[in-house]
Design a protein around this ligand. Structure first.
Ligand code: 0O2
Length: 251
C-alpha cells in the first residue's frame, strides 16, 4: 500500500478508493473516446491508401492527459472539481493529432471526419485561415464521440488537431523553445519564431501549388479496383465477372 495512505482511517480510505475508481473510470472513457477517433482516422487513412490514388495523411498521434495535468488544468480554469463539470469544461483530456501532406488535406480530413453522423462538432478553431499572433497554424476540432460501455453510453469530448508537416514541425519546435523559456520568450526569439512560421506557411503554399500542378485541383479519384492489403486474385475476379454475366434473378 502507498505509505501516505497507511495512516488513513478506514472510512476515509474507503472513500479514497471509491474516488480512485471513479477517477479511473472517468479517464478510461477518454481513452476509449480517443481510440474511437483514432480508429476513424485509421479507417480513412486505409481507405485513402488502398482505395484511392492518394493518401493525405502523413501520420497520426494520440495522447491522454495525465490525471495530474487534468488537475493542473482544473485549477488553471477554476473549474469545479466534479466529473460532470470537468467533462463539460476541459475538452482536451483526449487528443488526436493528424499530420497531413498539404494544406488542402487538412480540410479534406476535417470534412471527412465531421461528416460522420456519430460525431458532434462542439467547437472548430481554424488557426490555418487565421493563425495565432505568434504564428501558430493548425485546425482544431472538439468533437463529441459516443462511447458504449457495459453500463451505458457516455459522450466523450476529444480534441482533434489537424495540420501539415510544416505546421507540425513549427509547433513542435516552438513548444520546446517556449518551455525552455518557461513561457517568457525574449522578444527577438518570438520575432524569429514568427518569421519561421511565415516561412513554413510559404513552404506549404509552394508545395500546395506544386501538388495542384502535378495532380490537379480536383479531389482524389477513386480507382476502379483496389489491390491493397486485401488482394483479389485475377481468377477470383474472372469468376465473379462470369457470375455477374450469368446471374438471372428468380422472379
Ligand atoms: P498540450 O500539452 O499540447 O495539450 P484550452 O487551454 O485548450 O482550453 P485554448 O488555448 O484556447 O484553450 O485552446 P486552443 O487554442 O485550441 O489550443 C489548445 C492546444 O493547441 C494546446 O494544448 C496546444 O497543443 C496547441 N496550441 C495552441 N496554441 C499553440 C501555440 O502557440 N504553440 C504550440 N506549439 N501549440 C499550441 P495545450 O493544453 O496548451 O498543450
Amino acid at each position: 500500500m502507498n505509505s501516505s495512505l497507511e495512516a488513513m482511517p478506514d472510512a476515509l480510505l474507503a472513500e479514497f478508493q471509491v474516488l480512485r475508481e471513479e477517477f479511473s473510470r472517468f479517464m478510461f472513457a477518454y481513452k476509449f473516446g480517443m481510440d474511437e477517433v483514432t480508429t476513424k482516422v485509421s479507417i480513412l487513412q486505409q481507405e485513402f491508401k488502398h482505395l484511392q490514388r492518394y493518401n493525405p495523411i502523413e501520420h497520426v498521434a494520440s495522447r491522454l492527459k495525465t490525471a495530474e495535468s487534468v488537475l493542473d488544468k482544473i485549477a488553471r480554469k477554476q473549474c469545479e472539481p466534479r466529473f460532470e463539470e470537468i467533462r463539460a469544461k476541459i475538452t482536451d483530456i483526449a487528443g488526436v493529432r493528424v499530420t497531413c501532406s498539404f494544406t488542402s488535406d487538412v480540410y479534406l480530413i476535417s470534412d471527412a471526419l465531421t461528416r460522420q453522423d456519430d460525431l458532434t462538432v462542439l467547437q472548430r478553431k481554424d488557426y490555418v485561415a487565421e493563425p495565432k499572433p505568434n504564428g501558430y497554424r493548425s485546425l482544431h476540432l472538439i468533437v463529441e464521440v459516443p462511447v458504449f460501455l457495459s453500463s451505458g453510453v457516455v459522450d466523450v469530448p476529444v480534441e482533434i488537431q489537424i495540420r501539415t508537416v510544416a505546421m507540425d514541425f513549427w509547433a513542435s519546435l516552438e513548444h520546446k523553445i517556449f518551455y525552455k523559456y518557461s513561457g517568457d520568450v525574449p522578444p527577438h526569439i518570438a520575432r524569429s519564431l514568427q518569421e519561421a512560421a511565415t516561412t513554413a506557411a510559404r513552404l506549404d503554399d509552394e508545395m500546395e501549388s506544386l501538388h495542384h500542378d502535378v495532380h490537379g485541383a480536383l479531389p482524389p479519384v477513386p480507382v476502379e479496383m483496389a489491390n491493397g492489403s486485401i488482394p483479389i486474385p485475377d481468377a477470383v475476379l474472372a469468376r465473379f465477372a462470369q457470375q455477374r454475366v450469368t446471374f438471372a434473378p428468380l422472379i
